[in-house]
Design a protein around this ligand. Structure first.
Ligand SMILES: [Zn+2]
Length: 388
């Protein structure tokens, strides 16, 4: 890869800049010669009122903005390889998309003194023009961090597997103006701008086919449509929102893809599911609220999923004392199940360390975790009792 250093004024770079709120629609500069947001780049993420403002501050103070890299497509067509966030911030500022605080006042570009406007427009940016094979440039792009915000794994994959498939996938899943995002965000964590929704969508469809995200993206790189990805994602979301009519914050970020694959064959009555869900949410003994979803999907069998509260030591000791006194009086075992048995344990007095607390009426059948529903059993009988 060859690289040649050049200096540009801000004025030149932002000539022809039009900011499109729709991500991935391309941003251009240098009188149309420069593509600021090529398809393999991540979306603009500096619009937070801090990073974008800091870029303008640096220009006003005369600080260098750091090196910028362009990829030369032809002699007069370039793409931004590194510097998209900085250039977009400048472009958005001079086209009055955000204000800065200057001299204690909020100011848009055109309300700044002419002198300051000139200072920004005449600032110079140092640009390396890179010439090389696409693969070589992408490999190199993988290894750089962009202006302090490290590239994440999905942004990197988008660069590595760039093409029509990624472009379409980003249009669907990385576009914060997509009207579906609000619905999706009840089930999926992350932001479209950082490619986190896309990553989840890819991970679901990939694992349904026994692949990982890289395998799936590589296999579909030349695919000219994203139908399978879209259909699978929507199927999972529709299934989740069909089974669970309630939206709880714990539903966000669950492994819905795995849950769908595990449970889609079962049928559920949404009204009953909702009643069960509300009951379990209000149940003091349920410690892990997140596990409620899968506990219900699995037919309320696996109490490990919801981490049911156990009897505390004070309760155990009180019940142990009571049972042992009773046993001594009657000459039986202090384990009620040993006491009704026929072997030598019939009269055995167990130490507390050899016993476990048990729900007389199982928690899953409505039994409470309080002293009135606690009995101490020897470890063997406690294990044998099963559904607790
Ligand atoms: Zn026993």
């Amino acid at each position: 890869m060859k690289a040649k250093l050049e200096e540009y004024t801000v004025k030149k770079i932002v000539d022809g800049f039009v900011y499109n709120e729709l991500e991935g629609r391309g941003l251009f500069g240098l009188s149309g010669k420069l593509t600021i947001q090529p398809e393999y780049q991540r979306n603009y993420i500096y619009a937070d009122g801090k990073k974008d403002v800091a870029v303008i501050d640096s220009l006003l103070k005369g600080y260098p903005l750091g090196l910028i890299y362009f990829n030369n497509i032809t002699d007069d067509k370039f793409e931004v390889l590194d510097g998209q966030q900085r250039i977009t911030s400048i472009g958005r500022f001079v086209t009055k998309k955000f204000a800065i605080i200057y001299n204690g006042r909020e100011q848009l570009f055109d309300s700044l003194d002419g002198e300051l406007q000139d200072k920004i427009m005449n600032s110079t940016l140092l640009v390396y023009h890179c010439v090389g094979e696409e693969s070589e440039i992408k490999e190199w792009f993988k290894t750089i961090n962009i202006a302090g915000v490290p590239i994440n794994s999905q942004e990197e994959r988008n660069a590595v597997y760039s093409g029509e498939f990624v472009t379409q996938a980003k249009t669907e899943f990385s576009n914060s103006n997509n009207a579906n995002i609000q619905k999706w965000s009840a089930y999926v964590k992350g932001t479209p701008q950082r490619q986190e929704l896309l990553e989840v969508a890819l991970s679901w469809v990939a694992s349904s086919k026994g692949q990982d995200i890289d395998g799936y993206m590589s296999a579909n790189r030349r695919n000219d449509n994203i139908n399978e990805l879209k259909t699978y994602f929507n199927t999972v979301i529709d299934w989740a929102s069909g089974v669970f009519s309630d939206v709880e914050k714990e539903m966000r970020g669950l492994e819905w893809g795995r849950l769908y694959e595990t449970y889609y064959r079962n049928s559920y009555n949404p009204t009953e599911v909702s009643a069960t869900l509300q009951r379990l949410y209000g149940d003091y003994y349920v410690k892990n609220k997140k596990g409620i979803i899968e506990y219900i999907l699995g037919g309320e069998q696996d109490t490990k999923l919801i981490d049911v509260r156990v009897f505390d030591d004070a309760v155990k000791q009180a019940v142990f004392r009571q049972q042992t006194e009773h046993a001594n009086t009657n000459g039986t075992s202090n384990c009620p199940l040993c006491a009704i048995g026929h072997d030598s344990n019939k009269t055995k007095i167990w130490a507390i360390k050899d016993m476990d607390a048990d729900h007389v009426q199982a928690w899953s059948r409505g039994g409470a975790t309080d002293i009135s529903n606690c009995e101490m059993l020897c470890k063997t009988h406690n294990r044998a009792k099963g559904n607790r």
